[in-house]
Design a protein around this ligand. Structure first.
Ligand code: HEC
Ligand code: HEC
Length: 158
């Protein structure tokens, strides 16, 4: 988009604002469409746990989506790139290491992985967050708790 700076400041402002609103509306539309694909096309053969317990980059998700389509999943060809980047955004990769499996299995029960991947904190704050999760109902052994704390504090450090 090209903004004509010869016009008044107000005109430029209004145009930029309109563009922002249009962009946000477009994103909402894509979000709705992606969620619809996920909740209809991807739940006819298995539940969402298979997806929630995977953490992959775009390439990994593209492979999965293509193999699901081969098995019979109904996704429009034109929607694949958009859907793959949605999957990457919400179920994106986790660093390798001891603790990854615990995060995948235990931390995706109440909310998606995005919640965890977007959170960067000091080791002390991670310990507080994990205690808060236990209060919410997270079931985890003491050993697992220590492993997962180390993993998070190392990989998602503020
Ligand atoms: C026609 C049935 C069917 C549909 C529809 C389907 N799946 Fe699957 N999916 C399967 C089967 C069967 C497996 C188990 C076999 C396997 O792991 O390769 C599987 C496994 C998976 C796995 C685990 C793969 C792995 O390597 O551990 C993921 C992730 C997955 N599906 C994602 C999706 C997504 C995303 C969609 C929607 C685009 C989808 N599935 C739609 C049949 C389907
Ligand atoms: C029993 C349900 C449950 C489980 C299991 C769970 N959480 Fe949560 N989590 C919540 C709830 C509910 C919130 C929202 C709390 C709030 O917003 O006050 C939350 C929020 C969070 C947040 C955001 C906190 C913030 O301050 O913004 C992070 C990070 C988080 N969880 C990490 C984890 C990790 C890591 C695990 C696995 C070890 C986990 N959660 C497992 C229920 C759970």
């Amino acid at each position: 988009m090209k903004i004509n700076f010869v016009k008044t400041g107000r005109w430029v402002g209004a145009t930029a604002l309109t563009a922002v609103i249009a962009l946000a509306a477009g994103q909402d539309e894509a979000q709705v469409k992606n969620e619809k694909i996920l909740n209809t096309s991807c739940t006819t053969c298995h539940d969402l746990r298979k997806i929630q317990t995977k953490a992959l980059d775009a390439e990994g998700w593209a492979k999965i989506v293509n193999s699901m389509i081969e098995m019979g999943a109904k996704v429009e060809k034109a929607d694949i790139p958009m859907f793959v980047s949605y999957l990457e955004d919400n179920y994106g990769p986790l660093p390798e290491g001891n603790g990854k499996e615990i995060v995948l299995n235990k931390c995706t029960v109440c909310h998606d992985l995005k919640r965890v991947r977007q959170h960067f904190a000091t080791p002390e704050d991670w310990a507080d967050t994990l205690n808060a999760m236990q209060n919410e109902g997270l079931m985890i052994s003491d050993d697992e708790l220590i492993t997962v704390l180390r993993y998070l504090a190392r990989n998602f450090r503020q």
